[in-house]
Design a protein around this ligand. Structure first.
Ligand code: ACO
Ligand code: ZN
Length: 181
């Protein structure tokens, strides 16, 4: 007869002590309304730009394929929320279908494990499937971690938007062409 206990104990140890382990397991899946509280909390904990719950739900109703969460051991640790728009291209004088990344965040203990990259890649692939020709976002000029993430994924800063944020800080408008990769 085989005894499973030690093996189960091993699994539960790795599942609980995930922080800092290179084999940290996370799942990226589409947002559902049950995730709303967790996502609102992560947004408030990680960013000064906060929105009412209805704002998140509106994005779920209108752009569910562009709203994703990352989960570690059943807990939501990050999200990305976007919308499809029709507007002026960042690269040429033309109107275009483009995806706007509204907000992305990962809880501090779970950063530098590739989770934001995985969330962004989901959106990049899904955006490509929608036929959008580009994707863009605004980011604080001081937000080096986020700017590095976007550069790695092929975004470039196309302009500076002066005093974009409520506290007066400037934003980079960063964009990349689709499809991805
Ligand atoms: N310093 C420098 N580069 C960084 C850092 C950092 N602290 N964090 C991430 N990066 C860059 C690196 O190039 C990194 O690759 P590497 O780890 O191989 O060197 C790359 O980004 C990918 O990192 P991930 O592990 O995928 O990113 P992470 O899961 O840590 O999340 C994020 C990055 C979302 C920016 C996180 O730091 C965060 O939640 N910050 C607070 C919220 C925020 O600023 N969100 C973006 C605002 S703009 C907007 O929402 C449109
Ligand atoms: Zn924006």
């Amino acid at each position: 007869m085989r005894i499973f206990k030690p093996y189960q104990a091993f699994i539960s140890t790795t599942a609980v002590n995930y922080v800092g382990l290179s084999e940290m397991q996370y799942v990226v899946r589409q947002f559902t309304p049950e995730d709303l509280d967790a996502v609102v909390k992560i947004n408030r904990a990680c960013l000064p730009e906060n929105y009412p719950p209805e704002f998140f739900l509106d994005h779920y109703y209108d752009n569910s394929q562009l709203f994703w969460v990352a989960e570690v051991a059943g807990k939501i640790v990050g999200y990305i929320m976007c919308r499809l728009e029709y507007g002026l291209s960042s690269f040429e004088r033309a109107f275009t279908r483009r995806v706007h990344v509204i907000s992305i965040a990962v809880l501090p203990p779970f950063r530098r494990q590739g989770i934001a990259t995985a969330l962004m890649e989901k959106v990049l692939y899904r955006s490509s499937e929608t036929g959008a020709s580009e994707i863009y976002l605004e980011v604080r000029v001081s937000n080096t971690p986020a700017i590095s993430l976007y550069r790695k994924l092929g975004f470039t800063a196309v302009k500076v938007i002066k005093s974009y944020y409520l506290d007066g800080e400037d934003a980079y408008l960063m964009a990349r062409k689709l499809p991805y990769p």
